[in-house]
Design a binder for this molecule. Structure first.
Ligand code: ADP
Ligand code: MG
Length: 396
């Protein structure tokens, strides 16, 4: 059964009738631009074909009820209670056990959406969710569930939100209702994706541009290599890198590392200690690599991207120090098998790498990577290809 029919079927089981609408939003892969978002810099993610579906219909009362095939005991809350639930300290309702974590995503979107649109009175709603985005594999199943819920509620409740509004609402839900301090890249990538294109996002102005990828035309595939490794210090490591960036910006007397260019690095090296300098150098050079990737895609196409991806990986490995032996091996073995470029993707300390591979060499490449992992006694990685796909849309 497809995720769309599973969502529709779950809705039918919950309510006894068919949904009024079904909306869906995709997961995403970040092609390049890592740890640049909170430095007000640039990112270049694309939406993938794996999607999360939200089937919705009105209720006569003022209750919002959500269910997911991921955990199908439904959760019910009165709409008037949402502000009390989510208006306090970030993630409080989840921590205190008032709401299961998964339900805080769609309920948080409902709360943030109503607040954003300034719509105090509206009907209750039933929401049934199903997904084929792997959870916790670095593909942002969280942005997918937020995007699907935002699209569906915007339509059902006539909230009048544009795509960027929906992305902001998804981020508010994730930061405030779930309590995860993430940027807006994932939501923008999921909501605004286009077929065979990436979304170039300026994290300061929130301006976006679609950038044609041309993978299919060039006979190229994007391989995801999920190492299944997730380190317990990922959260602490993320906070530490964020702090180092803030410290560097303060010492260099700029609003954010976005304001430092590669030409300023020599001066910066005299002002920062070695570790802080290398953290800053990653962000500064990574921002430049995103700009170069956009130019390269436009001028030469995706075959010319490889060097930038590899340079991004080396910078994360050596300067930002967020790679792992598994991620390094994924990149090295993909390149040794003939990949045009490869890099770890996501926050680091585990997770997945991506590689750009000739489509007719995907089988050989995955076999070579699996063999390298077996030789190193690492857990067999989960490998699959992803196709750049469209963002949020109405399915039914
Ligand atoms: P990622 O976004 O990398 O997949 P996150 O930890 O940010 O990982 O988000 C995963 C969480 O999002 C899940 O643990 C769950 O709470 C929620 N979630 C994602 N997809 C679904 C779904 N289909 N149904 C219910 N909850 C979901
Ligand atoms: Mg997430």
């Amino acid at each position: 059964m497809t995720a769309l029919s599973r969502a529709t079927e779950l809705f039918g089981r919950m309510t006894g009738y068919a949904p009024t609408r079904v909306w869906s939003a995709p997961g995403r892969v970040n092609l390049i631009g890592e740890h640049t978002d909170y430095n007000e810099g640039f990112v270049l993610p694309f939406a993938i074909e794996h999607r999360t579906y939200a089937a919705v219909g009105h209720r006569g009362d003022g209750i919002i009820r959500v269910a997911s095939t991921f955990d199908d005991s439904p959760v019910e809350v009165a709409l008037v209670e949402l502000s009390a639930l989510f208006g306090g300290a970030p993630g409080e309702a989840v921590r205190s056990g008032s709401v299961p974590e998964w339900a805080a995503y769609p309920l948080g979107v409902a709360w943030a959406g109503l607040a954003f649109a300034g719509t105090p009175h509206t009907s209750g709603v039933d929401i049934a969710i199903s997904s084929d985005v792997p959870i916790g594999a670095g593909l942002s199943s969280s942005a997918a569930i937020e995007g699907a819920a935002a699209g569906a509620l915007n339509d059902l409740w006539l909230l009048g939100l544009d795509p960027l509004d929906m992305a902001k609402i998804g981020r508010t839900a994730e930061n405030q209702a779930v309590g995860a301090p993430t940027g807006i890249m994932d939501q923008v990538a999921s909501i605004m994706g286009e077929n065979d294109a990436a979304t170039f996002l300026d994290c300061r102005s929130l301006e976006t541009q679609g950038v044609d990828l041309g993978f299919a035309r060039e006979g190229l595939s994007v391989l995801v290599i999920d190492t299944h490794v997730s380190h317990s210090h990922a959260t602490g490591g993320y906070r530490d890198r964020r702090d180092a960036c803030m410290r560097a910006a303060e010492t260099l007397d700029v609003a954010a590392l976005r304001d430092v260019t590669t030409g300023d690095l020599e001066r910066a090296s005299a002002q920062l200690d070695d570790v802080t300098f290398r953290r800053a150098r990653h962000v500064v050079t990574e921002n430049q690599r995103v700009l170069d990737a956009v130019d390269t895609l436009r001028a030469e196409g995706p075959r010319a991207l490889g060097g930038l991806l590899v340079a991004s990986h080396v910078s994360m490995r050596d300067d930002f120090e967020i790679s792992t032996p598994e991620l390094d091996l994924a990149v090295e073995s993909a390149l040794a098998a003939g990949a045009l470029g490869a890099r770890m993707t996501g926050g680091g300390f585990g997770g997945a790498a991506i590689a750009i591979v000739e489509s007719d060499r995907v089988g050989e490449t995955t076999a070579a990577i699996a063999a390298a992992f077996a030789d190193a006694d690492f857990t067999d990685p989960h490998q699959f290809t992803v196709v750049p796909s469209h963002g949020v849309l109405r399915d039914v």
